[in-house]
Ligand binder design. Sequence first.
Ligand code: ADP
Length: 467
Amino acid sequence: MNTPARVLVGGLVTALPVLFVLAVLVLGGWLAPVPALVAAAVVYAGITLLLAPLIGGVAGVRGALDRMAANEPAPEVQSLSPSVRDLWLALGRWARSVRAEIRARDSALESARSVLATLPEPLLLLDAARRVVRANTAATALFGERIEGRDLAGVLRHPAVLTATDQVLKGETTRTVEFELTSPVERHLRAVVARLTPEAEGAAAVLVLHDLTELKRAERLRADFVANASHELRTPLATLVGFIETLRGPAREDTSARDRFLGIMAEQAARMTRLVEDLLSLSRIEMNEHRAPTEAVRIENALRQAADPLEPRAKARGMRFVFDVAPDLPPVAGDLDELVQVFQNLFDNALKYGDQGTAIEIVARPSSRALSGARPGERGGVAIAVRDHGAGIAHEHIPRLTERFYRVDAARSRALGGTGLGLAIVKHIVSHHRGAFEIDSELGQGSVFTVHLPVAASQKITAGTVA
Ligand code: ADP
């Protein structure tokens, strides 16, 4: 209905009670029909004239609201009739407050979304039909970009996770399952599925994954380590027990056998002592690993103190230490005792695995390698390379040499008095010093073990570390 028709009909409806009264008066004979008709016409005309601006104004406001809903500009207040101006202004105030509330909710929603997006754990929001409604960045990195809208079964094909999710969607509050993924890489994960009440953005449940791979690996390493250490100790211990029984029984009166057995027992006891000392060193270094040493140590001191006690063994094998230390090397930031242990382990290996009659060459030079322990704006420090001329090491073994108890040839290492912990200790001490450790080797040529250490922050040399 257009506006004039509305005005005419509205006037008629409003005038109805008066017209009714006039009709009753005429029918009762109290009023003559002609004056009654005149009165009815005047009343109708008057009401219509009064209603016209009101109905016109309301129609104008409705038109303006329609235009605004269609994103067209709102009319100026002056262009509206005075009868609806106040209504229009009140509507404007209400609209502004609704808009402010929507903006506040939008920004709360945005920040909730960005918190979800930046969570380091993969997170999926699922609807009641188990479809992915939303996935954060960590989840898309794990499962791929196009997972929104897909059933969870097509994203994470693990029966235990799907069962747990179904149970939550059927009414359980929360379920936790641990499971393994084998592709693209092997991972150990824990999934926590929880119900969302009330539902949020069409999501009925949230699924969060925690990566337990590192934790499980560390647990396995620890268990392996304890098993290896016990095994290493059990062997000499069993030998000792065996010889004690023999000496108490059959060999009780056999002097020559007793001397031989005691020699072997002393050797086994020494092996156990070395093992226990190495284990203690490792745990001591691990405990201190978070605090980098700050003493200024002259590298030639550490090298000398490591080589001196080994000179007799070198002589016995016709071998010699040959030092080539660049003059004016800056002192390194370190712990003298630990650095002596690093070089003692490397020299000891060179003596064990180097060929008889060869030289063990030690070269110390400034290093250009970027080290985490270097001072800001300063690159590298000092590099010390220990080269032997022996059988060398096959390439496939090199990355694993610093693992505890890893040996290329376990029988040979044991026969030479090795514990399998020497290079693990070296690696830990070097990382305690925020340095770097490299191994190079060629079969039949020999090996080079290089230690990079950051230079000391202060050039002041502490007592006991100066040559
Ligand atoms: P070990 O006590 O057995 O020497 P390490 O941790 O010092 O233990 O060394 C681990 C393994 O690395 C050794 O068993 C040996 O197989 C190999 N290795 C270490 N140093 C050398 C070297 N200079 N030449 C050849 N092989 C080496």
